[in-house]
Design a binder for this molecule. Sequence first.
Ligand SMILES: Nc1ncnc2c1ncn2[C@@H]1O[C@H](COP(=O)(O)OP(=O)(O)OP(=O)(O)O)[C@@H](O)[C@H]1O
Length: 297
Amino acid sequence: MELELIDLTKSFGSFTAVDHMNLTMTNGVYGLLGVNGAGKTTLMRMLCTLLRPTSGSISCNGKDIFKMDGEYRKLLGYLPQDFGFYPEFTVQDYLLYIAAIKGIRPAPARKKVRELIPQVGLSKAAGKKMKKLSGGMKRRAGIAQAMLNNPKILVLDEPTAGLDPNERIRFRNLISELSEERLVLLSTHIVSDIEYIANKIWLMKDGTLVQEGTAQQVIDSMPEKVWHCRVDHTQIPEAMRRYKVSNMKSEPQGALLRIISPERPYPDAVSAEPSLEDVFLYYFGEQPGKEKAGESL
Ligand SMILES: Nc1ncnc2c1ncn2[C@@H]1O[C@H](COP(=O)(O)OP(=O)(O)OP(=O)(O)O)[C@@H](O)[C@H]1O
């Protein structure tokens, strides 16, 4: 399976949400990381043929996906950010209903639903109404609906939004399990969602890719260094103004700061191993010294 984006662009009026993106995906997990408004959903909606590009193309194994029509949709599973469900339906009925919409015949649909429910960890909830499920369970039901046609391409838009840490871990494991012999693209603005499971990470900002590679390659790409330093309480505001501070731990005698900076910020600062969180802050955090909106009011 190969998906190729060539010069892919989507504009809404004069605003360009996805700006001449070029990339190729094969089987494995791809993590699309970016802040709100980066263009992730727009990109995913184009990949699912729900939005037409303004220019450029997307091809699947060499064929234009917009010309493949039903053939492409058979290969595709999609979990939108806000997926609709019928609150009064049980999990099982909901999945059977979606299977019917997808044109899967009743007997194979029942078989697939029986297979998927335990796979997404919903065995005990199969007879529960959708409205009674926790956020994590709903998301898992959402993944199950995207998997009904056994898709070769699985697109998940912010699938971990609103999940608690346990549900996040469970979810990550599920994605890893599902990614065998499949192309999985998932978007998030939470680094830990993809740090350990994505074979490739894309950092997306203002409609373009600012960095790509394995977690380690993305970490190695950061041109600045990470420093640990202890400062007095009175120095904190100044440090926050001058530097990108990726973490601050307050202690009785001061604060332990994690700073991203090209040079040693304080004489006693010691250099630390950068993490993907630091890279995220480096590319997406506010510039030091910039006034925050409303600060002068
Ligand atoms: N139909 C539309 N008309 C006009 N502007 C749009 C439309 N859809 C998206 N945009 C704009 O395109 C930009 C990218 O939006 P998009 O939803 O793709 O970002 P995102 O990275 O998915 O963010 P989020 O995490 O908030 O969903 C935003 O500035 C958004 O306001």
